[in-house]
Design a protein around this ligand. Structure first.
Ligand SMILES: C[S@@+](CC[C@H](N)C(=O)[O-])C[C@H]1O[C@@H](n2cnc3c(N)ncnc32)[C@H](O)[C@@H]1O
Length: 359
């Protein structure tokens, strides 16, 4: 069922503001889409009504740029830094170039019909690592990343992470470089993290060893976000250098199997970043119950990096964490032993791991 054009326009215009500070090119292209009924109507090729958002159309354009010489030779490529473009977003020719690109590349329709946007943010590795250190201290870890997508965060011990004046952790010669500012008065423990075994879980995993899948994931990153592209490419290469294993399926089915498969001599640590918000309130409680249940047989560590109120917290924990709001994620590191939960770390963090304020 097609969505009414005015409704699509309102949705697209909401992106103009949302993207403005972070990706001027996305914001400008969303504004141009909103002003052209024919281009706006392309979104009706997306089967899922809720996915009729500018990100999917702009990711499709970006994907073709990354993959096809014909697309990267089009005038529009002049605005895409990921394929060498450097033209200014307020250049009046951008609208004509975007329209010409969308009208001359029929492949766009196939992508709109079959693809959804999916990202995998390696920047979160810096924050997840701090949570794992808080849970495990010096114990070697069996890492299970729930909702792993392309699995980049399974490789968090392979990144060199710069915490500014507080120091740098991870292998000095790693090409995968991250930066995470430590804000506030409390500095978390920056000690080592040893991962002895790792496994990803996802109902819809992305195989980053496959060029097409990797390029689609990359295309979902806004083209003018230079630092994100640089670290995604380095993370993709880290995955390719040491491919991990993934169990495909719903987390409620795969978590118990993964915990059972983890070597006995390692501490199981489950990580989940930007995953529980896919669950409804009852399922989120069910996930906590699952951790409790699993901890009757085996100690479980959990490091969750999620949006506000997604991880159920006691009133004391919430007061300590403070209001997270839209501009930050909540980090909760907890230990589950014999059906009891102890929170061992809390923080407010940038959604992509650029900073954390530890409580
Ligand atoms: C926003 S992505 C986050 C990916 C990754 N954790 C990160 O931080 O970049 C959410 C991922 O969770 C997965 N997911 C959502 N609900 C799930 C479920 N019930 N069971 C398994 N995976 C799920 C999605 O397929 C997707 O790959």
């Amino acid at each position: 069922m097609p969505t009414d054009l005015e409704r699509l326009r309102r949705r697209v215009l909401a992106y103009v503001d949302a993207a403005a500070g972070r990706s001027p090119l996305t914001s400008a292209m969303a504004r141009l889409l909103a002003a052209d009924d024919e281009l706006l109507g392309l979104l009706n090729h997306v089967p899922d009504e809720r996915q009729r958002i500018p990100n999917v159309i702009l990711a499709a354009v970006h994907f073709l740029m990354l993959r096809s010489p014909d697309a990267s030779g089009h005038e529009l490529a002049g605005w895409f830094p990921t394929v060498g473009g450097s033209r200014l977003v307020d250049d009046p020719d951008l609208g004509r170039a975007l329209g010409s690109f969308l009208r001359s590349h029929e492949e766009i329709l196939g992508l709109l019909r079959t693809r959804t946007t999916q990202t995998n943010e390696i920047g979160r590795a810096a924050v997840l690592r701090l949570g794992i250190r808080a849970v495990a201290r010096d114990r070697p870890v069996a890492l299970i990343d729930v909702g792993t997508s392309g699995g980049v965060n399974l490789h968090l011990d392979r990144a060199r992470i710069d915490h500014g004046i507080h120091g740098t952790v991870g292998p000095a010669d790693s090409p995968l470089r991250l930066e995470c500012e430590l804000r506030g008065d409390i500095v978390p423990d920056l000690g080592s993290v040893t991962i002895g075994w790792r496994l990803g879980l996802d109902r819809d995993p992305v195989d980053l060893t496959d060029d097409v899948a990797a390029d689609w994931t990359r295309a979902c990153i806004w083209p003018d976000q230079h630092a994100r592209h640089e670290r995604f490419v380095a993370a993709r290469d880290a995955v390719r250098a040491a491919p991990h294993t993934v169990l495909k399926g719903d987390l409620f089915d795969t978590v118990p199997a993964a915990v059972a498969a983890a070597p006995e001599d390692l501490l199981v640590v489950l990580t989940h970043s930007l995953v529980l918000y896919y669950l409804d309130a009852a399922q989120r409680l069910e996930f906590e119950d699952l951790l409790t249940e699993l901890s009757r047989r085996r100690e479980i560590g959990r490091v969750g990096l999620e949006t506000d109120r997604v991880i159920p917290l006691t009133a004391d924990e919430e007061a300590l964490l403070g209001i997270v709001g839209d501009e930050a994620s909540a980090l909760v590191a907890s230990r589950h032993v014999g059906a009891a939960r102890t929170v061992v770390g809390l923080g407010r963090s940038d959604h992509h791991g650029a900073w954390i304020s530890w409580r």
